[in-house]
Design a protein. Structure first.
Length: 280
């Protein structure tokens, strides 16, 4: 059904400020900045080997601006959305309808790069509340144009997304959606003893969706939480970030064997951010 995790969305109040901060964090400028006039939003996109990251702000009037403002009012800046790429969005719509989900109509989208006026077009299928459960999520099929590719990834900068973390109060319900409805592979389902919490790993192409369950008595709800980025040299990354005045925890051994990690504590616009290096 889905070929990859197309992109993740961070809602921000001031796009210029957020873009400057994430340029420092990622060690590279965005590959795209533009606007969606019909939606009332503007964005900046950072590209990586396996996905891209979108900073999204409300800069006008429209359904997109209403959405961003809703999330900012409810929880402030932070991760709000996830988009799954497909090569056949009509087939995704049909598959979900056959599974008795009340999905809406496929919509057309267009973005224009402010630097060179390049145009990208796509089709979107926004997922209903019974599937999104609090996360702004949708399927996307790219139909025209493409994002400029980065020519190189410095060893001191993230080159790919290792995993995205989602919190849930209903792991079984999450599995029914992501595994059974979306056909995303469930690679791990276990209790982490020192946390006393259930953890799920879903694998989609070269990206992992990590899900942490904390049960409560509320209706089923999911919330995007944080991001972990792969770097080739975490010591160089740590030195680069601290030189820019960014707060980073000391490097330490990760929970996974043969990994080193450090946590970025500032400039991340309320997105818990981990750097991870896999050792040979």
């Amino acid at each position: 059904m889905f070929t990859c995790l197309d992109h993740l969305i961070i809602a921000v109040e001031d796009l210029d400020k957020a873009t400057k901060n994430y340029q420092l964090l990622m060690g590279t400028p965005p590959v795209w900045t533009g606007s969606h006039s019909s939606l009332g939003t503007s964005n900046a996109l950072f590209n990586f080997e396996n996905t891209h990251l979108e900073l999204l702000s409300a800069t006008g009037e429209g359904i997109g601006a209403d959405l961003v403002n809703h999330y900012l009012k409810e929880g402030g800046e932070g991760l709000i959305g996830i988009a799954f790429e497909t090569k056949d969005i009509a087939r995704v719509q049909q598959s979900l309808q056959q599974k008795d989900f009340l999905v809406g109509q496929i919509s057309e989208g267009e973005g224009i790069n402010s630097s060179d006026q390049q145009v990208r077009k796509w089709k979107s299928l926004f997922l209903p509340p019974e599937l999104s459960r609090g996360i702004f999520s949708f399927a996307i099929e790219h139909t025209k144009g493409y994002l400029p590719q980065r020519k190189e990834y410095k060893s001191s900068s993230p080159h790919k997304l290792d995993h995205v973390v989602i919190n849930t109060n209903d792991a079984d319900g999450f599995i029914k959606i992501y595994k059974d409805a979306f056909d995303i592979r469930l690679a791990l389902d276990k209790i982490i003893e020192h946390w006393q919490k259930r953890m799920l790993f879903f694998r989609l192409s070269k990206t992992t969706i990590e899900v942490i369950e904390a049960k409560d008595d509320l209706p089923p709800n999911d919330k995007m939480w944080g991001l972990a980025w792969d770097v080739k040299d975490i010591e160089k990354a740590h030195a680069r970030l601290t030189a820019e005045g960014i707060e980073v925890t000391p490097i330490q051994k990760g929970i996974k064997e043969k990994t080193l990690v450090a946590t970025i504590k500032s400039h991340n616009h309320n997105v818990p951010t981990l750097l991870i290096q896999y050792l040979d």
